[in-house]
Design a protein. Structure first.
Lengths: 197, 265
């Protein structure tokens, strides 16, 4: 057939076009991904063996960690100043406790969920007014740290540093600021305030 | 080229069944090929199964991944850094805790899957931090690695914040943007960041090129032009064959008809 070469030529053109498209579209993705990953540094060899990563641990993982008995004033990007333990986990106060005199009304099952911050640790407070720090003897005889009279607690529902999963529970539990006031602001409220909404 | 009337003419004056259908099959092949070529492009803007766009999923993954290596980095800084770096590490660890909570929350809401391990590259950076001697050597690795990584995430956050169609992702990107901006500034406050080692910004310094409104860069436009030229060429050959067939058919059945249009090759 005389016309056969023409259809071959046409097919070749189509194939070339498709090959070009495929090559170029995949090619345009690769360089941008590569440069983003490089970040201007020679990348590490990347093929490392299993690495034991030290992640911040909640009170449920190791309640005997000395840093869990340390209190620290901190500042997060959204909630501002708040009190955390030495590992960065949020410290709470309970509205149904009393401050004068300091007394905890969270015992038994409550204290299993809201674990009292034990006093007598060997790590000193950081960025906290020492004059506000005190301690009480609980009904079971253990010692609990207080701030501005408020007994202090960890929340077993928090899994990450500065998480505030316990905020507002029972309408009585709130993260406590380094001055003893409770923190009612949430991330959503902060976002709206920050941009004048 | 053939006009519509000539096509009609072709259909009503077939020389034989096979001769009639061969060109049509070829035209169909061209159309199918064109559709096949265009298909990958339309897929890239489509939604994934989970109802979340690919780019939104990238954002959530990137922020999650940032926390997975920056929280351990912050903890290391609390142990190995100089006093200033200790404080920066502590603040970054806590902020990433809060960001990670928000990340897991939005991922669950939108049905996005997120990684639970740092990338190989991030593991490499963590390895460098582990290997660095406590004090100034660690400080430099910490400040520069984290600053570079935050710069990447910041750019992604900004782009997605500007262009996402999803209300939740927009709010999430707003929060993330503030956190990452704070961290970059804090890391820079150590005075240890080597700005010359950071990637230079990629921002167009000329007027927006044609196609910018469509989100196409120059390369993509070039490809499109070449592609259409090639397809056009292919189509031209096909139609010439059709015309040639028609001519032969006429030559045998209706030789007296006057021909118009372009000459045959």
């Amino acid at each position: 057939m005389i016309r056969f070469p023409r259809s071959v030529a046409a097919s070749a053109l189509l194939l070339t076009a498709s090959a070009l498209l495929t090559a170029c579209s995949s090619g345009s993705g690769a360089p941008s991904g590569g440069s983003a990953a490089g970040g201007g540094y020679p990348s590490g060899d990347g093929q490392m063996g299993p690495m034991v990563l030290q992640m911040p641990q909640p009170i449920t993982a190791n309640s005997n960690d000395p840093a869990k008995s340390q209190i620290r004033g901190a500042r997060t990007f959204d909630l501002g100043r708040m009190l955390v333990d030495g590992t960065g986990f949020t410290i709470y106060r309970y509205d149904r406790d009393s401050t004068n005199p300091s007394r905890s009304n969270c015992n038994g099952a409550c204290a299993a969920k809201w674990i009292p911050v034990s006093a007598g640790g060997n790590l000193p407070p950081i960025d906290v007014d020492q004059a506000l720090v005190g301690q009480i003897t609980r009904s079971d005889g253990s010692q609990q740290l207080t701030l501005a009279g408020w007994p202090l607690y960890h929340y077993t529902g928090d899994d990450e540093p500065a998480e505030t999963a316990g905020q507002g529970l029972d309408q009585a539990w709130y993260p406590i600021a380094p001055d003893g006031t409770k923190i009612t602001m949430t991330q959503d409220q902060w976002r709206q305030d920050a941009f004048g909404l | 080229m053939l006009s519509a009337s000539e096509f009609t003419d072709l259909e009503f004056n077939p020389p034989s069944a096979s001769e009639r259908f061969r060109p049509l099959v070829r035209i169909l092949f061209v159309v199918t090929a064109v559709l096949a070529l265009l298909a990958p492009g339309s897929e890239s803007t489509a939604q994934t199964n989970n109802g979340i766009s690919d780019t939104d999923a990238v954002l959530i993954t990137k922020v999650r991944q940032a926390g997975l290596w920056e929280m351990p980095s912050g903890m290391m800084a609390m142990q190995k850094g100089s006093p200033k770096v200790k404080d920066v590490g502590f603040a970054i660890m806590m902020d990433h805790g809060r960001l990670d909570v928000a990340t897991r929350s939005i991922a669950q809401k939108l049905g996005a899957t997120i990684p639970d391990q740092p990338s190989d590259e991030q593991r490499g950076w963590l390895g460098e931090e582990m290997a660095a001697a406590p004090g100034p050597a660690f400080d430099r690795v910490f400040a520069n690695r984290l600053r570079a990584a935050h710069g990447q995430v910041f750019a992604i956050l900004a782009q997605l914040r500007a262009g996402t169609r999803n209300d939740d992702v927009r709010a999430f990107a707003t929060v993330g943007n503030q956190a990452v901006m704070r961290h970059m500034t804090m890391l820079e406050s150590t005075g240890l960041v080597d700005y010359d080692s950071l990637p230079t910004p990629v921002v167009s310094t000329t007027n927006a090129p044609a196609g910018a409104a469509l989100g196409l860069d120059t390369g993509q436009i070039t490809i499109a032009v070449i592609l259409f030229a090639l397809l056009g060429g292919a189509l031209f050959y096909m139609l010439r064959q059709v015309k040639s067939n028609r001519g032969k058919a006429r030559a045998s059945s209706r030789p007296a008809m006057t021909r118009t249009g372009s000459s045959r090759g």
